[in-house]
Design a protein around this ligand. Structure first.
Ligand code: PHE
Length: 343
């Protein structure tokens, strides 16, 4: 018992506190409600009467020592703080350099896209990222067994119901939402995140961004689509840019095309970005299928429209010659810092 008390006394006397946390540590260990002293006083109650007096005296001495130490430590820390505060500032020291954030390159591209389309009379629409089967697939004329509905492509939240819930696989879902809630003429773009169950690599990611645009009015033709995309390409990539439309297939457009732009890096001569073809693909487009119009009660005999969809990452990679898609989501400051210029 005696040795135990001696050891505690030694520990108290040699305790050092440099800061408030360590001071608190002392209180918790010794003088606090759950500290060693409380424990010893509790022990005293269990001792036979003849030992109690002697033991009590020693514990009291220990208590006094602890209280004295606590006072000393508190004063020490307060003095140290005061000394710090009253130290005059050295005004000749250099300042800590201010670091500024940078706008993410995808945000740059998005803002530029919005700017270009707004000048052509397109407004902005938004829709949810968690979407139902109707808006992501069915209303867009996807047949029930279309491979895009497969688990391999789509992240489902609930599956097996009449109207499955999934993460939207494209921003075309917003096209349906706008068509349901507004009447032609309509000219709008929607930009946002889309999700596809793909293995992450330098060229593919399970999360990326798209811009979808569409225009529905009387007498909207394929030429309007071509002119719109041509104007966009020139504004985005430079006056010399040409576009090329290759026949393709989408359930929601007929006819459909893949949109290529002439490679502005090599000027069409051939380089590793365009894989020596002179062209790079940036999206898909076409005339809105009459079935899609009908699903939103828009009369396809009265109205026609075009739609297009493009990848924001793809455009950004071309714009800044970024070779790896993963850089966009890694948030490496050294990467982001390179984009702190203006639009
Ligand atoms: N939604 C299509 C995709 O994700 C792109 C597209 C949009 C194609 C509009 C045609 C018209 O690939």
């Amino acid at each position: 018992m005696q040795t135990q008390i001696d050891e505690i006394l030694a520990a108290i006397n040699s305790y050092e506190a440099q800061n408030k946390e360590q001071l608190e540590g002392f209180k918790t260990a010794y003088t606090g409600k759950k500290g060693v002293l409380t424990e010893l006083f509790d022990q005293m109650k269990t001792l036979p009467a003849d030992q109690r007096k002697d033991f009590g005296q020693r514990v009291n001495q220990l208590k006094e020592a602890a209280q004295l130490k606590l006072k000393t430590l508190t004063e020490q820390i307060e003095n140290a703080q005061l000394a710090n505060v009253s130290k005059p500032h050295d005004l000749t020291l250099p300042t800590i350099p201010a670091t500024y954030g940078a706008i993410h390159p995808l945000t740059h591209t998005r803002e530029r896209i919005v700017q270009i389309f707004e000048r052509m009379g397109f407004n902005l629409s938004d829709g949810p990222e968690v979407e139902d089967d109707w808006h992501n697939f069915t209303a867009l004329n996807f047949p029930p067994n279309h491979p895009a509905r497969d688990m391999q492509d789509t992240f489902f939240i609930t599956k097996g119901t009449a109207n499955d819930i999934a993460l939207r696989t494209h921003t075309s879902s917003v096209q349906v939402r706008v068509m349901e809630s507004q009447r032609p003429p309509m000219r709008t773009i929607s930009i946002g995140r889309v999700y596809r169950n793909e293995a992450i690599s330098a060229r593919a990611h399970c999360i990326f961004h798209q811009v979808e645009g569409f225009y529905i009015d009387k007498n909207v033709g394929f030429k309007d689509l071509k002119d719109t995309l041509y104007h966009f390409a020139k504004e985005m990539f430079g006056k010399e840019t040409k576009i090329r439309l290759r026949p393709s297939y989408f359930p929601f457009t007929e006819p459909s095309a893949e949109l290529d732009i002439s490679c502005f890096i090599c000027g069409g001569k051939g380089c590793n970005v365009c894989k020596y073809s002179g062209w790079v693909e940036i999206g898909g487009c076409g005339m809105i299928d009459p079935n899609v119009m009908k699903s939103s009660n828009i009369d396809p005999d009265q109205y026609t429209g075009f739609a297009f969809g493009m990848g924001i990452e793809r455009i950004t990679m071309l714009r800044y010659q970024i070779k790896d898609l993963r850089l966009f989501t890694e948030n490496d400051v050294r990467f982001l810092k390179q984009f702190d210029g203006t639009l």
